[in-house]
Design a protein around this ligand. Structure first.
Ligand code: ACO
Length: 254
């Protein structure tokens, strides 16, 4: 965990993942993503809400810039070493990194990114991998990858397009500009904007609201909502009926 720059705490039904390398603005490495995946694999069953937040002035300044140097990150290589690896290794490593982000969408949990300060590149994508984003009024989202010759590949492109639409996603990514709190709220990137000092309290309040509903009904409803876009109205109606049959039997089946 120390190498990953993460802290992980569980308090009842709420788990908190804290990016904890504030002196380096919570820059992320392969060890960070591997630890994130490990948390997902071992998440205690009672957890229903996962909060992802950052220590210090920034949520996260993205990938550790040492990856761009010939020396790289000690023990984890560099983009030069990645470029020299075979295609299979390369794809395998990207899939492994992405696994750290993808589990945050599981139906059994609701993930909340509590975002303040800079959320750049991998930091922006980590926020996008959560179900909800509650942001401080000093937030600055930036999809920096295209400015550095890269593409966003940590699972962020699909949620970004789904949240803000294709045109706005193109604008944000292909200019690598900053998106501040007011715009984030207006375009649907953020659910709520609060003063920096109120961020923790706002996230706690949202977690309490989320925990007030029935656990199994919440998971089933999230499954329905997640599948809605890909289904026709007719297919979605069928899916609703199937999930409801399970709920009614569980509640009244004796
Ligand atoms: N990787 C490694 N170290 C970093 C990173 C990073 N991504 N970002 C900041 N740091 C380090 C700085 O080198 C500095 O270290 P030092 O004190 O040892 O010199 C320390 O964190 C503080 O950084 P400052 O730049 O002084 O902090 P400031 O608050 O003024 O600025 C900001 C913050 C805007 C986030 C700036 O640090 C920055 O632009 N960072 C790089 C962002 C970036 O390009 N990320 C890659 C995106 S692409 C991707 O993620 C795939």
């Amino acid at each position: 965990m120390a190498e990953s720059g993460l802290r992980f705490e569980v308090d009842g039904e709420i788990a908190t993942i804290t990016l904890d390398r504030p002196d380096k603005r919570n820059a992320q490495t392969f060890a960070t993503w591997s630890a994130l995946a490990g948390i997902g694999d071992n998440l205690p069953e009672q957890v229903r809400v996962v909060v992802v937040k950052g220590e210090g002035p920034s949520f996260s300044a993205g990938i550790d810039l040492r990856m761009f140097t010939p020396e790289g990150v000690p023990g984890q290589g560099s983009f030069s070493s990645v470029a020299r690896s075979g295609d299979t290794d390369f794809e395998h490593n990207i899939r492994k990194a992405q696994a750290g982000f993808l589990w945050l969408r599981r139906p059994e949990i609701v993930s909340i990114a509590a975002v303040h300060g800079h959320a750049i590149g991998a930091g922006f994508q980590l926020a996008l991998s959560c179900d909800l984003r509650i942001v401080a009024d000093d937030v600055k989202f930036c999809m920096k990858e295209p400015a550095l010759g890269l593409v966003p590949d940590l699972t962020g492109t699909k949620p970004l397009v789904e949240l803000v639409g294709l045109a706005k996603a193109i604008d944000i990514c292909l200019t690598a500009r900053m998106v501040h709190a007011e715009e984030a709220m207006r375009i649907g990137l953020a659910e709520q904007v609060v003063a920096r000092d109120d961020l923790d309290r706002a996230v706690r309040d949202k977690a309490a609201e989320l925990l007030s509903t029935n656990r199994d009904a919440a998971a089933a409803t999230k499954r329905l909502l997640q599948g809605a876009r890909a289904r026709t109205l007719e297919e979605q109606s069928v899916a609703e009926g199937l999930e409801q049959a399970v709920r009614i039997k569980a509640l009244f089946g004796g």
